[in-house]
Design a protein around this ligand. Sequence first.
Ligand SMILES: [Zn+2]
Length: 603
Amino acid sequence: MPRIPDEVIAEVKQATDIVDLISERVELKKQGHRLVGLCPFHSENSPSFSVSPEKGMYHCFGCGAGGNVFTFVMETEGLSFPETIERLATRANIAIEGGVAGDEQLTQDQLVRKQMRDAHRVVAELYYEVLMKTEAGEVGLTYLRDRGLTETTITQYKIGYAPDQRRFTVDSLERRGFDLEVMVEAGLISKSRAGEYFDRFEGRVVFPIADRDGTIVGFSGRAIDDRKPKYVNTSDTPLFNKSELLFGFPQARAAMRKQKRVFLVEGNVDVLQVAQAGTSEVVASLGTAFSAGHARALSRMVDEVVICYDGDDAGQAATLKVVRLLEAYPLDVQVLPLPEKTDPDDYIRTNGAEQWQRFVDAERLSVLDFMNRTLRRGKNMNREGERIRFIESMLEEISKTDNSIRRDLYIKKLADEFELPAATLASRMPRTAKETSRREPMPEPEPVRKRATKSNESRWMKAEKLLLRAMLSGPERVRYVRDRLGLSYQDEVHRMLATALYEVVSEDMTLEEFEQVVPPFMERHCNERPEYANRYAEVRLMAAPDELGEEVLDEYIKVINSYEEQRQIERAKREIAHDAESIVDQASKLQELINRSRRLRER
Ligand SMILES: [Zn+2]
């Protein structure tokens, strides 16, 4: 199998922050030098999953999962090692010359997904080239330029144009050797009842949709003439899950982390426009499908969400739905109220980027102020009846908030505004919705595997781990253990790890050299083998034994050796039963044994 050069692996690893990567998938809290959270690999209620930014590793004390950034992606995404390198390289904007090979190791399912990803990359590149460099794409480029979008923005989001031809994409993919059936399944092309393949996005401006790490997994095509439908989007495919994806996420990631804030808009063009106006932390859900999963993903990245949906009734209603989903998380949720019949794209095109920034700074509303404003519309507050109706509709909205602290806060503010006792308002709040099952169920992390806990771990297992832990602290201990235990480890993974350690530690290696050479060597060694990586991370993240004297090491070695002796006796006993191939055979062997022992006695 063609190897990926070590420098590339090292560069990708260097460029990938383990805390950033994992915290996009797991909620982590700081605890000393480590971060802890609920393990994504098994179901649990109290956190036993920990990440060490210092060592660049993670480990779960509950199920034994562990490793580095590569293992994490391999195990959570079900990717092979080369695919993982490719994904993390994409994420870090590192180009790998000639791509990543290594198809030989992939399962059928992985092969299909890889083909789909490769095809998306090829097609995105084609559509982009058509838009920027060909006559066929001019109509698309004109459309985007007329909306004030610059080439830099177009390139950053890799916007393209699908030529108005029936088989442009079909032929391009076929020429490159892609399986057209797989391409239909990936949503890149369509197939008629007569079995004829044809293009899906023809004559449309095409927005590539990428996953969190920047791998393109689908497209949204927008008609720019009066053809119907106006939008053609990828529907759910093995790569594409609408309720997890957000348009613009990889482009927004750095700014989201820095600003701890994200703007949520409705349309793809809104994303481009807002980003171009200087607010790069902006994403859009696909269609209007903002989900609990999206809310959770954003809550891991930012502290503040600003919703700027269209200024019409549908946009306002959608805003309230999104607010409900976001309120379940400890986020500062705000609403940017756009003038009626205006979306961010319109606003920026009419008023310019500077005015947009001023608008953002001055006009953001808290959720309560937004409700207040929306419900007040068309009511005459000087009339008592209308005022009461208004307060009641506010209470009804507030009752839909799941978070009880937020609910109390809202009631208090409303009480202050109308100079009414908060208790009175609270008692008037409709009870129907509260604490019932109306809440959209939170998606549970799917446990990738289940493992027994290690509480009943045997003595020899523990001893082997402690020996490895001790050996990882310096070269003399490696040499000491090597000379006394050799490779007599009972556990195969321990034996392999020890072999690697013996191999890398020379007779004259110093502690300083050890600290420079051994950790990267061991990690490289474990990269492609999750079972090694898991154990290595576990051992490396174990608290170091206080006492590492030779007597302690001898004690561990003794435990392992005496287990080995016991095992040999057991094995001899079993072999008698095992070697005999049939019952007749067994009987005759047994007879022979009896005869032999009788002869022994007669002597
Ligand atoms: Zn676990």
